[in-house]
Every structure is written in structure tokens, then in C-alpha cells.
Design a protein around this ligand. Sequence first.
Ligand code: SF4
Length: 341
Amino acid sequence: MKNLRDFSHKDLLELMKEFGEKPYRAEQIFRWVFQRRAASIDQMTDISKAFRERLKEEYSIAGNRVLDVRRSSDGTRKFLSELEDSSRIESVLIAEGDRLTLCVSSQAGCAMGCKFCMTGMGGFTRNLTLAELAGQVFSAFELLEGEERVTNVVLMGMGEPLANYDNVLKFTNVLTSGMGFNFSRNKVTLSTAGLVPAIRRFGQEGDVNLAVSLNATTDEVRDRIMPVNRKYPIEELMAELRRYPLKSRKYITIEYVLIGGLNDTDEDARRLARLLRAIPCKVNLIPFNEFPGSPFKGPAPERVERFHYIVKQSGYTVIVRLSKGGEIQAACGQLRGAYEG
Ligand code: SF4
């Protein structure tokens, strides 16, 4: 059985052609699946019974199976989902003021191998399908039971989103489509470790916010903690970001995990400010959280303060991410750093 949640609107247009159906059927089905959250083809009552029966011979609607939900006292909820092949992925709901952000995984595992990240140390299994990406949104909706609303979505969980380019692009389109989940483009952010050619492509084809996980100001240090830097070194990445086609009043988020004694010196802060020149950006500083087996340590509080001060003095908007969900162990290094204490 094929899952209708795996079909973008464009895919459905193709499918309707194969069925010899009118193009407007594609929109009807797309809306049923993503906007009206139909759980079965039988619910699509404005589609003739005869066509529904034909569809049901090969197609169905299926979701991820949520195995476990953990809540922490600050309102953060992490849920673990099992996929058809028994791969497991994690998604997190983070409450911050009047925002409720859903952090989704883009791959089962991750091949990027960032040394400060638990997921990176565990290796890569496979890319997630559109249905599995969207399935995390559906699961969050079910978990919230209509009582709270997800306001933001970040692709910052397990995996490198731009390494699963096609499915992730379809997913961001479903997120922002008025016929789909209907999130504003400004409320969706994709975070990458720095795959330069894919960033260039996404600049042309994508229309949601971009965040880049930088985490070092010299190639020597970045090579050590992010193997992707050996392929796409800092200057190449910065050059790409300077060229990135931002719409007016938009900016790139630069994520910087502060690791004690490694990348948190005054000189690093000054170098970071120089590197980011001519890039419209905001900087998120994320004090590293130690985890079992990690070779690194968190920064001293006064280093965080000083680093923040220097970058801010250079004219950037800088935020130190608040600790969130400390009791429940979220998945990705970025996520752990961004939201855990
Ligand atoms: S930090 Fe993100 S990109 Fe790096 S290994 Fe972890 S999951 Fe992958």
C-alpha cells in the first residue's frame, strides 16, 4: 500500500492524470490528507464512492506510531515514534512564552558525525519520507488534542535536513501551503550543518527560514568537531551565506554551541563577529550540555556572558538559548544544546 501522506500536491496532480481524473481532484485529496487530517480514504466524502474504492486498492493513509511521550516540568514534551521498518525517531514540543515550537527529525540517525552530538555519534540509518516528516506534525496535533496550537516548526531534530533534500523541500511546502498545514513561512526554520551546494539550491527553491550550525571560528576547530567542514570549510560556507537570497527583513540564524575551552574565547567571539560581516543574521549562543561519553564540557557561565557581550557589541542580535526540557533528554546535539539545561 502506498501512503497518500507521501504525495505532494504536484505528485497528486501526476497521480490523477494516471487515473484519468480531473486536476482539481489532486487539491481535494491534498486538502483531505494534510488540512482536514483525514485518517482514511473513506472520509473523503466529496469524492465519488467509485473513485474512493479504486484509490483504496493501492493507497491508504498511515501515520507514525508514537511509542512514548515524556513531559518535563517546563512544558517540554518529547515523543518517540516508531516507523514501519522499526526505525525510531524523536520529536520535541518546546513551550516558550506564547510560542509552542515543534522540533522535527529529518532522518533516522545522522551521517554528519558532529562530535558534540549524541545522534551524530550513533550513525545514520536512512532518510525520512514525506509521510514520516509530516507524521511528526500529525502526532503533535494528536498529542495536543486541539487544546494548544503548534506555532512554529523547526527542522532541528535528528538528521541533516539538506541531506534529505527532496523530501524535506516537499515537507516545508506542505507546512506552508494554504491547502496544507498553513504555517507562515516565518514560523518554519530549517537548520543545516553547512552543506554548501544544498544551501545554494535551497536558497532558490525553498521559502522558509534558514539556520546554520557554525560552532567554530577556525577551520582547525571546526574540522575537529564537525567533519562536514573538511568538505565545506568556513570561508566557503560564509561566502555562500553572503550570497544567500534573503527576502527583505529576513535573516539567517547562526547557531553557535559554546564548548568550554574549545571555542569560547574572546578571540573566538571577535572572529565570529568578523566572519558574519555582511550576512544579515541573528546569533544563537547555546551553552553545551555534557552527556555521557561526550569528550567536551560546558562553558563557564562568565565565558557565556563575555562571549555574548563581545558579539553584541559588534552590532549583532545575540540570544543565549534558555534551557528547556532538562529532564527528558532530547535527541539532536543542536536540539539538546538549544533546548536542554
Ligand atoms: S548536530 Fe545535527 S547535523 Fe550534527 S550530527 Fe547531530 S543531528 Fe547530525
